[in-house]
Write a protein that binds this ligand. Sequence first.
Ligand code: GTP
Ligand code: MG
Length: 371
Amino acid sequence: MKKDCRRSIVVSIDRGDDSDERLLSELELLLQNLKVEVVDRVIQRRRSPDPATLIGRGKVSLLKDLCEAQEIDLIVSDIPLSPRQRGTLGSLVGREVWDRPLVIMKIFEERARTSEAKLQVELARCRYELPHLRGLGHQMSRLGGGIGTRGPGETEFEIHRRKLERRIRDIDRKLSLVERRRSELRKRRLSSGVPVVSLVGYTNSGKSTLLRRMSKDRDIHVADALFATLDTAVRSVSLSSGDVLLLVDTVGFIRDLPPSLVSAFRTTLEETIFADFLAVVLDGTDPDLMETLDVVRSTLVDIGGADIPRVILLNKIDLMDKGTVKFLESRIRGDGERVLAISGENGPLDEFEAFLTQELRLRISEGRKGR
Ligand SMILES: Nc1nc2c(ncn2[C@@H]2O[C@H](COP(=O)(O)OP(=O)(O)OP(=O)(O)O)[C@@H](O)[C@H]2O)c(=O)[nH]1
Ligand SMILES: [Mg+2]
């Protein structure tokens, strides 16, 4: 099986929007994380996607020629595909077809380490595959993931569908047990009276680095990779003021997180909102920093954490010049946020610690509302 470094072509629609290029480069970074090389791009300028094949017929035949000439294994669409589009495109080009949600899901699959994360990823994958079953056609045998299929046919589809549905019910049951245990732990955490601060933010922004540094726990996993963390870690942290808090680190956010992943990881994502305070970690070297901040804010709205008091930590300033740091700080502040510039890796954290001390004392004196 050709698993290492597969060759791909990325396809997309150019709607004349600024965000198109940004999304494409992010998709290529996601693919790099999966050891998939992007050999070429086929981008079509058109107002709306073709309902059957995403790109028009002419581009499909160009794509087919490119696949043969360049020994391509895989087509990756930047735009989420309907089951019909994925199936039709796959059979016309004769290659496996992925879309952006599937790419993100595959990264989650690779990264999942605990049994809970593994179950959540599998649940998301099953929910994603279910509507795609009919559209998959000849690709089924390649994507079956252990559920053996010899060839398409109504009964094969039916058997596969029923297996998926049974598995979804089974995982749902297992996860609800995990959720019960988790909510017990959460209750114990809350009744301890120790304030809880959650680290939230885009994937790879430096959340785990900060947790590792502040808790002095060398076992916290840090990596220059997307979605290095898929589970929740909680550590006790003593500030220089003597105050103690619980610091929570969990899964990062990304643009267009697939709905099936959001729902499967909902309990993990929601873990961040059982907090007195949020520290939003932003990678200062991100060229689309303000847009990323918007993604983080809208994800917080989605998971019900928008009203928790927060500070933005402009992180990785050791990699930036002073002028840029000042400029970004004032932009973020101008956007109505409180902001502190830090280097979670090696800069001083006393300003952040003093800020937390003051904030948490204020919260405690006001009483813990809504918890
Ligand atoms: N130079 C520099 N690198 C940093 C800093 N903070 C984090 N990093 C690096 O950024 C990468 C990602 O850091 P993580 O702490 O794993 O990021 P994360 O937000 O937990 O990422 P996910 O778990 O994938 O969501 C790692 O290579 C870190 O070493 C910093 O302040 N300065
Ligand atoms: Mg992490």
